[in-house]
Design a protein around this ligand. Structure first.
Ligand SMILES: [Zn+2]
Length: 284
């Protein structure tokens, strides 16, 4: 039972519609929320979350305690990190070694025109703090490699892959298996995107069960070669943020064991069952 959910629902129902603060005061909720470690400001900020029975005050406190690493502050990482910050995820790490370029701005909405030339982690961190100064944003202005990977992952509960190259993608996926971290991964190209959650430490498949090896160089074009519709990265990054919130709060059905594929031109979603590969070199 989520006491804050019931009391906030009651307050909103019987008191002043639209003025949560007054409603909270009139029903004396403020005095009772200290146990949940949420301030009055936080209850107001996250009222629409707390009013969701499945999430409630308990879910909001879980979000506040969570530590999420966003790898890549680009097309996927922008909406992903913005929504995680707005949702009140307590600690958000951003990893990116690039600076903002003019050609990024068509889809990388955490950055603005005035940010061209600035490190992406600086520009994105500023956008996140503007939306929600209550969350802690940690900047990692670095490229993930075998040397810094384990140290970086150790500080976070959930890892999000929003990278744009297969080398980092595979390195990150393997490191998550070794570190027993949940990986929420998304990828986009042209008009299509795909999304999955990998939790091999809970018995599900890993990224390598789906893709055993990186494709030969030059076989799969990158977004810089083949293009991508800006809003497609927005949809996939937002779906990714939704799955992260579900993993943290435990609501709904995890996407672990499934691959969600969306084609924008056909306006079609497909959900494909993934199997664990018993011969997987990483998790088998
Ligand atoms: Zn595997």
């Amino acid at each position: 039972m989520d006491r804050l959910y019931y009391r906030l629902t009651y307050a909103v129902k019987c008191q002043v519609q639209g003025d949560v603060s007054l409603a909270l005061r009139r029903t004396h909720i403020i005095d009772g929320v200290m146990e949940l470690n949420l301030s009055e400001d936080e209850i107001q900020r996250y009222a629409r979350h707390i009013l969701l029975r499945e999430l409630g005050g308990t879910g909001q406190v879980r979000l506040k305690a969570a530590r999420v690493l966003v790898v890549g502050a680009g097309g996927l990482g922008s909406p992903l990190a913005l929504y995680l910050a707005a949702a009140g995820v307590g600690t958000i790490g951003l990893v990116d070694a690039d600076v903002v370029e003019l050609s990024n701005l068509q889809r990388q909405i955490a950055h603005g025109t005035a940010d061209i030339g600035r490190p992406k982690v600086d520009s994105a961190a500023e956008s996140l703090r503007r939306i929600n100064p209550l969350v802690q944003v940690i900047r990692h202005n670095a490229r993930l490699d075998a040397a810094n990977m384990a140290g970086l992952l150790a500080g976070y509960d959930i890892i999000c892959d929003g990278t744009d190259n297969f080398e980092t993608r595979f390195l990150l996926a393997d490191a998550c298996v070794a570190a027993r971290k949940t990986l929420v991964t998304a990828a986009v190209l042209r008009f299509e995107g795909q999304l999955s959650t990998f939790k091999p430490h809970e018995g599900g498949p890993c990224y390598r069960c789906l893709y055993p090896e990186p494709p030969p160089e030059g076989l799969v074009p990158s977004c810089s070669e083949a293009g991508v519709l800006g809003s497609v990265t927005g949809v996939l990054g937002t779906l990714q943020a939704t799955e992260v919130v579900k993993e943290i709060t435990g609501i709904g059905k995890s996407l672990a064991g499934y691959l969600l594929v969306w084609n924008a031109l056909d306006a079609e979603f497909r959900k494909i069952r993934l199997k664990k590969d018993p011969a997987c070199p990483v998790c088998g």
